[in-house]
Design a protein around this ligand. Sequence first.
Ligand code: MTE
Ligand code: MO
Length: 406
Amino acid sequence: MPRRAFLGTAIAWGAGSVAASARGGEPLAARLPDAMTTPGGADLPYGQPSVQERKVVRHEHQDAGFSVWRSPLENQRGIITPSGLHFAVHHSGVPDIAESGHALMIHGLVTQALRFDLERLKRYPMVSRIHFLECAGNSAANALSPFALNQTLGELAGEVSCSEWTGVPLSYLLQEAGVKDSARWVVAEGADAASHTRSLPLDALLKDAMVALYQNGERLRPSQGYPMRLFMPGWEGNVNVKWLHRLEVTDAPAYSKDESGLYTQALADGRIERFAFPMDVKSVITHPSGLQTLPDPKGFFEIAGLAWSGHGRIARVDVSVDGGASWVTAKLHDPVLDRAFTRFTLPWRWQGRKATLMSRATDEHGRVQPLRSEWKRRYAMHSFNHYNAVQSWRVGTDGRVENAYV
Ligand SMILES: Nc1nc2c(c(=O)[nH]1)N[C@H]1C(S)=C(S)[C@@H](COP(=O)(O)O)O[C@H]1N2
Ligand SMILES: [Mo]
């Protein structure tokens, strides 16, 4: 049954169940639209979305002094999150930092401590990479709430976004400073009032880290760490220190407040997990998703979603419309990039009956998204970081879509 509900795209369009029929050459309207008879208005120096789209904004959430802005993934198509809709987590607000007064200091176990102002830093060779960024605490409500909250996808799981990041590979700067043999870790500190601080293993930084200066072709937004941030592809959001001003090369982690308290996970067996850097494989169906209503007429509908893994590329995504009883492999859309959002779609014929939609991603290393019950078995009751369980959406006979636990 469920398998027959899926259609090849060609068949679906052949059935002609979505488009309104029209005769060739038929006039679109009785008279020309106003926009074709009067010259248009002025443009702006910095382009803005259509005023018709003014409801497409980040979902604000204030939590014990942290301000969290969740990306409206339910409105995103494609894999790049518009910069103005990138999620944000600020532990102590957004500092107002001018390029001229800011510099990056590299010191500690180095032959020569170095200071890079923006003018100097911009002269180094840069690289551009498309990567997702996800907060360790993304989807915390699904991890903690005993019942499924009836919210939008962005509210439930919008602490993740994907951008093109451009900056200077950190290895260039560390090599110039001359890392000593005893060096193992680098302690990164932000220039905000939280003096947000994380320790990262030197080897991984030399391989993958950049000091990011640009996001989607323009300078970083203040919300993302202007004038510079540390960027570590696939690793939990909080190690990507914004407003970066200091890197101290050390032989041991600093055990900062951020890594000894906040960003550790209690496991079900009583142990505490720390320095759990990569974000695991995960996916969400964006269309349809929480608080949306399936459009009329019933019939052909394209299920679409996003998948990502902090370990590498997405290998496949399976979709179920019957609460996990049966699964069908979705189409992955190019480009399928390393540690980036990947689009998946699957044509579906909705017959007006109840359905439970789920997506389950697998990455190139064979890591598979767990069900919620499997995830809950691994972590202690009150744990919420690194939640990557399958997201389920229940569709009612009225077409309304709600968050569900399966
Ligand atoms: N200096 C500084 N860096 C920071 C933070 C912060 O509050 N201060 N928040 C961290 C957290 S918890 C996350 S999830 C990411 C979020 O990055 P974004 O706001 O650009 O999405 O930034 C990290 N870097
Ligand atoms: Mo975070």
